[in-house]
Every structure is written in C-alpha cells, then in structure tokens.
Design a protein around this ligand. Structure first.
Ligand SMILES: Cc1cc2nc3c(=O)[nH]c(=O)nc-3n(C[C@H](O)[C@H](O)[C@H](O)COP(=O)(O)OP(=O)(O)OC[C@H]3O[C@@H](n4cnc5c(N)ncnc54)[C@H](O)[C@@H]3O)c2cc1C
Length: 418
C-alpha cells in the first residue's frame, strides 16, 4: 500500500498502475524507447537522480517531443496537441526544475466557461449539468461502476454529455472509453488514499512549488508546449550520462536489449503501439483566427465540445482567450478546431462552413496545422493492463493515463525505483 507521503507526492495518479519490471532499478544502463514527453521525462528524472547510470533514448523521428509541437505563423501561436496542464504538483516540480517558472502561468480566469452543443443549443457546463444527467441516476451508475470494466456512458448516464467529455480528452465516443481509465477517482479503481480526500487535497496544495493553482484552473507556458520540450532537451544535453539517438526506430525491447548487451528489464518502452491489440483514432487540427469585432458575439471562454457526429468539428478551443501569454496579433482572437477523421470526409471547405456557422464568417486565418493519433482505451482496458508483459517497463500516454500530468508524474515514479 502506498504511504501517505507517496499520496501527497503523486495524488490520484497512484490509482494508475506503474507497469515496471521489478529489476529495473538495479540497471547500470537504461534504454528508453521514444523521445516524446514521457521518454524525455523518464530520462531526465533517472539520469538526474543517478549520475552513475547511463541513459540512452532511441527516437524514431528526426525530432523530439512526440505529439507535442507548437505551430507558429507570425504572431499566431497554436499547439498541435496539449496546450495546457491541469494542476498536479509533479508538473509544477518539472517546470521549477527546468527553470521555466517565469514563463508558466495560470490560464485567464475569465476563460473558465466550457460549453457543450446539445441539439444545436449551447449549454454551459456547471453543477447544473448534474440535473441534465439526473443526480439519482448518476449516483446509482457510480455505485455500479465500482465493479470495474465499464464504459464511460454507463457511468455518466447522459450519452451526449458523456460523449462530450470523452471527445474532449480522447477523441472517442463514451461507449468506446474505459471508465476506470478516464475517471479512476470516480470508479474508485486501484488503491484508495489512507486519509479523507479533502485532507489529502490540503496537503497536496501545500506541496506545490511556484504557486498553488486555484481549483478548476489550468496553466500553460509562454510560447506553447514546445518550450517545455526545448527546455527538457537542453537539460538532457547537459547531462553527461544521457545519450539521445534520433532516427533510430526500435523493433522490440528484446532487440534493443541485445544491441546494448543488457537485460530486457533495463528497457523502458515509452512509445505507443507495443501492446497487443493497440489501436488509435486520428484527428486533424485547424487554427482559425478573426478580428475581435468579427467574433464579439462569441463569449470568452475555454471552448465548446460538440458530440453531434453529423458535424465534422468535435471541439472548438478558444486559444487566445485561455492563455495568459499572447497567441495572436493584437485585436484578434484565435480558435483551434478538432476534427476527428471518423466524422469528416477530408473536405476542408466543410470544416470552414461549419466553423463559420458556429463562430463567424470570413476568418482572417484558416489553416490545417497538422494531424495526430490518440490511443484507444476500450472498456475493460485498465483491468487488462495488469496482464501486460513486464519483461520490460512501459511508460507514456498509451499505457495507464492519457494526460501530461500522468506522463510527468509517472517519470518520477519510475525514478523512485532507482
Ligand atoms: C490533439 C491532442 C490534444 C491533447 N490535449 C491534451 C490536454 O489538453 N491535456 C493533457 O494533459 N494532455 C493532452 N494530450 C496528451 C499529451 O499530449 C500526451 O499525454 C503526451 O504528449 C504523450 O507523450 P508520450 O511521450 O507518452 O507519447 P508520444 O508523444 O506519442 O511520444 C512517443 C514517441 O515515441 C516515438 N516512437 C514510437 N515508436 C517508436 C519506436 N518503435 N522506436 C523509437 N521511437 C518510437 C515517437 O516517434 C514519439 O516521438 C493531447 C494529445 C493530443 C494528440
């Protein structure tokens, strides 16, 4: 059972299993497969703690950062994947250790509102949303979910709201998402904290470096998430015990172990796709910009989720409303559109038509900035994780948690094994 100290350090992340080989901590050389945020953080935390161990990162692409990348055109700045973080002390610790505190800020409080488009009408998400779901129905469903292995729509018995929640995080409808994976605190998956939640929250809040985030707030980095990757890479380049190899695709944990004459237990696989039955969904990301006056009727906020699969856009994020730092030229606003490929025929005009209906006509900027794949976590996913081979260790968003707070905290948990 994890100690109270561990709960204060990692919080609800402790509900998510760490898929580590028990002998990993005895390694003299560690090979990490994948140079996304997970691989970079695992390398940083292990190499920093144990300068006597050599750490090698193998990345198949010619750049580091994985899905994280920030698109920029003049003063327009838009992240392709994650754009901000939810509160978690591990993320604050990373920012502090990388010397990024000055560039790290809470999102703007006036951009808190989130909406969901239901039957063509915009519905603001709040405690009142509970009444749309039905508090008694929800309570009953939550109780049932403790048995494990259920889908999110079984736990949140309002399909459109459950879909909106899932689309906003994993680009999937709620019947296809494991509730233990997405909402482990609600389904009570894994270990429970040794003290009451409110008391634990107080202790966690006191442990944040830089600043204690307000409840429900998020935080982001000036210049976008690529700055986090750049700072990590700069730190790693200064560590003598770290070697980064680009354009080095690894076939298997066993093959890379053989190459370095180590056991498979010294390999951390921090890349999606190694598990049997791995699948992912694909989405395109568009940036769309306006003059302030064109979108004066669009309320300032976080964004709108769109569960209606007849529309190609599943989410509109108000990038320039949200971040403390500038994301567009003065007198303009920037929005990011999420376009899942299972709802879209690849005709960009259709995306523009719908965006113009939902936001405003004649944007001054409309550009597809990239495509991304998001792993699928089907119902029963967490229950099956325990059966995953641990000849080697598994890290990253394709294993036991989708968010960057998970990935960053998990790296600290790996380093604790050394
Ligand atoms: C559109 C989108 C929006 C998101 N929004 C949020 C958000 O708002 N909040 C949040 O917390 N998170 C969000 N995320 C998730 C977040 O971006 C991820 O949790 C995180 O970036 C995952 O990092 P990773 O290193 O685990 O994986 P990846 O970034 O996928 O990195 C894996 C790396 O492994 C490499 N690789 C793969 N196979 C091999 C191989 N065989 N050999 C060598 N290298 C290999 C890849 O090239 C890649 O560089 C979002 C993601 C996307 C796509």
């Amino acid at each position: 059972m994890p100690s109270l100290e561990s709960w204060i350090k990692h919080g609800e992340e402790l509900r998510r299993p760490l898929i580590a080989n028990t002998k990993l901590g005895d390694s003299e050389k560690v090979v990490i497969v994948g140079g996304g945020l997970s691989g970079l953080c695992c390398a940083y935390r292990i190499a920093q703690k144990r300068p006597d161990i050599s750490v090698v990162i193998h990345e198949r692409a010619n750049r580091l950062g994985g899905v994280i990348n920030t698109w920029q055109e003049g003063e327009w700045i838009c992240d392709l994947a994650v754009n901000a973080t939810r509160p978690h002390p591990a993320f604050w610790r990373l920012i502090n250790d990388l010397g990024l505190s000055e560039k790290f800020n809470s999102s703007r409080p006036q951009a808190k509102s989130r909406w969901v488009l239901l039957d063509g009408k915009s519905h603001k998400l709040s405690w009142r949303t509970l009444f749309k779901i039905g508090p008694l129905k929800l309570r009953k469903a939550l109780k049932k979910s403790r048995a494990g292995g259920q889908s999110v729509d079984q736990v949140i018995p309002h399909k459109a709201i459950a879909d909106a929640l899932c689309l906003g995080i994993v680009n999937e409808t709620s019947d296809n998402v494991d509730a233990d994976f997405l909402l482990p605190s609600l389904t009570k998956f894994g270990d429970n904290p040794p003290i009451k939640r409110a008391k634990l929250s107080k202790l966690i809040n006191a442990s944040y470096p830089i600043f204690t985030p307000k409840r429900g707030s998020i935080a982001s980095i000036e210049g976008g998430m690529q700055c986090l990757v750049d700072a990590l890479v700069a730190k790693l380049s200064n560590l003598e015990n770290v070697d980064i190899r680009l354009e080095q695709e690894v076939q298997s944990a066993q093959s890379v172990a053989l190459e370095y004459d180590i056991g498979a237990e010294s390999v951390i696989w921090a890349a999606p796709g190694v598990q049997e039955n791995y699948t992912a969904s694909t989405l395109s990301i568009f940036a769309i910009g306006y003059l302030d006056k064109q979108v004066q009727d669009v309320k300032v906020g976080y964004g709108t989720l769109i569960p209606d699969s007849n529309l190609p856009i599943s989410g509109i994020l108000h990038e320039s409303d949200l971040h403390h730092s500038k994301r567009c030229p003065e007198g303009h606003r920037l929005f990011r559109l999420m376009v899942p490929h299972n709802r879209w025929d690849k005709d960009e005009q259709k995306v523009l038509d719908v965006a113009e209906k939902l936001l405003a006509k004649d944007p001054v900027l409309f550009v597809k900035i990239g495509e991304r794949k998001i792993p699928r976590y089907l119902p029963g996913y967490m229950a099956n994780l325990k059966q995953l081979s641990s000849d080697f260790s598994h890290a990253g968003w394709a294993i036991s948690g989708v968010s960057i707070t998970h990935v960053v905290d998990e790296a600290e948990r790996f380093a604790e094994l050394f």
